[in-house]
Design a protein around this ligand. Structure first.
Ligand code: AMP
Ligand code: ZN
Length: 111
């Protein structure tokens, strides 16, 4: 099982901020901003490259939930959603995840 599958299964502890039957959001262990949350499908999808018609409803559900998480975190001034896909993007955990970053004015550097 991959690291985030173990977190989803409760085998590795995490600071959860949202959970339902199919997705989980928890605080990043090495925050890059005052608020840094990861949102994952509980099912293992390796990355954005693994999104397909059979599992894309999970991605839609994640994006439908992100605004509520941002609201609960009081990110009233905005936030950023990032997914790193593959080595060139610096993906370090091979389980699809979306970073929510906020709580400060973020750098606009894209690459
Ligand atoms: P990425 O580099 O896009 O694959 O993002 C992986 C993220 O997972 C990094 O921001 C890490 O800080 C974070 N991370 C790694 N292990 C844990 C953990 N046990 N709990 C929470 N976040 C983690
Ligand atoms: Zn996994």
């Amino acid at each position: 099982m991959c690291l985030f599958c173990k977190i989803a299964a409760g085998e590795i502890p995490s600071t959860k901020v949202y959970e339902d039957d199919t997705i989980l959001a928890f605080r990043d262990i090495a925050p890059q901003a005052p608020t840094h949350i990861l949102v994952i499908p509980k099912a293992h999808i390796p990355s954005v490259d693994g999104v397909n018609p059979e599992n894309s409803a999970l991605v839609a559900h994640i994006f439908e939930t992100i605004p509520a998480i941002a609201k609960a975190e009081n990110l009233v001034n905005g936030y950023r959603v990032i997914s790193n896909c593959g080595p060139d993007a610096g993906q370090t955990v091979p389980h699809l995840h979306f970073h929510i970053l906020g709580g400060k004015e973020l750098s606009i550097q894209m690459a």
